[in-house]
Ligand binder design. Structure first.
Ligand code: TXA
Ligand code: MG
Length: 310
């Protein structure tokens, strides 16, 4: 996608004035504000209706910019070298002298950091003198936004500006890994944990039980389209929307396909927009067929289980 410099300039001006701007990333859209500013950070929580105890991810252009805010270690550098910019978020120790707003961290001494790959947000981050705190640009506990119209749907004119960046190429949030002690995964996401294990060359614990809450934001109410979901469904009920990973020759008006041939990356990319579409069509409930529990399929299943706790 071509970078429109006038749009970047507009976003920059608003962000410099403590306003919030929705930004495209390769995972999902973010609702961004100056991470060093209490005022901007407060606005993010208010707009999203997000509980204050759920800290935000801070987005940087590169790891050099991070040095004034966080300590990092060899595990970080190894993963950074291979996967960044990209769909991985690191939990690191915060430096005492860091200027990150206490509102962003909920006064914790750790920070979640990420280096998004989307060229438009990278250009914006490069231009700014501060990192961007940005949760997913959806109302708290609802389905994340993967295009500008999703963001509009949730926030209307309450957001001053949405930086257009097309549809997010991954469509699922980043994988979160805590690197402070023994590496552990706190949220499955757009980067397969097997790839991470390979690079670190060790087993990594996954603390991602969708029923137990591990990260503060991993509440069971997350990612909900606002209507009941059943999963692993073979037989759809009358009036239910039926979501399948692979296109079928015989289809019906209530069938929704996440991909042509069952490719899990395509499935991931289309999951959230399909859930939003079904809600818009006023279905009262959703049935989802079996999704293979491997690669990105694991993250897709994780999100569906959480969404089904409606
Ligand atoms: O792909 C993504 O990660 C997107 C894009 C916009 O970057 N962002 C995103 O943010 O998904 P959000 O706020 O929807 O989810 C961030 C998660 C929450 O579950 C939060 O609790 C967790 O990260 N988190 C933030 N800071 C943390 C910390 N210091 N320790 C543990 N978990 C943390
Ligand atoms: Mg979110």
């Amino acid at each position: 996608m071509k970078i429109n410099l006038a749009n970047i300039k507009k976003a920059k001006k608003l962000l410099n004035n403590d306003e919030c701007v929705a930004i495209p990333t390769e995972t999902v859209y973010g609702l961004a504000g100056n991470a060093y500013s209490d005022k901007a950070s407060n606005k993010i929580f208010k707009l999203k209706k997000r509980p204050k105890n759920n800290p935000l991810i801070v987005h940087y252009h590169n790891y050099k910019d991070l040095e004034k805010d966080c300590y990092y270690n060899d595990h970080f550098l190894k993963l950074y070298k291979i996967f960044c910019p990209g769909p991985i978020t690191f939990i690191l120790d915060l430096k005492n002298k860091s200027k990150i707003s206490k509102i962003v961290t909920n006064k914790k001494n750790t920070l979640a950091v990420r280096f998004p790959k989307h060229p438009i947000s990278r250009k914006l981050l490069k231009e700014l003198k501060f990192p961007l705190a940005a949760p997913s640009a959806n109302l708290s506990s609802k389905v994340s936004a993967v295009c500008s119209s999703d963001v509009k749907e949730d926030f209307g004119n309450k957001i001053k500006y949405i930086l257009e960046g097309g549809k997010s190429s991954i469509g699922l949030e980043s994988t979160i890994i805590d690197l402070r002690n023994k590496p552990k995964i706190l949220r499955l996401g757009g980067l397969d944990t097997l790839a991470i294990k390979k690079i670190l060359n060790k087993q990594i614990k996954i603390f991602n039980n969708p029923v137990k809450i591990s990260a503060p934001g991993q509440s069971r109410l997350h990612y909900s389209p606002g209507i009941p979901i059943r999963f692993n469904v073979k037989k759809v009920k009358k009036d239910e929307a039926y979501v399948l990973i692979k296109k079928r020759k015989k289809t019906k008006s209530n069938y929704f396909f996440l991909s042509k041939k069952g490719d899990l990356e395509e499935v991931a990319k289309n999951l959230y927009s399909t859930l939003r579409k079904i809600k818009k069509y006023k279905y009262k409930s959703i049935a989802i067929g079996k999704i293979p529990n491997k690669g990105l399929g694991k993250t897709v299943n994780d999100r569906i289980i959480r969404a089904s706790k409606f």
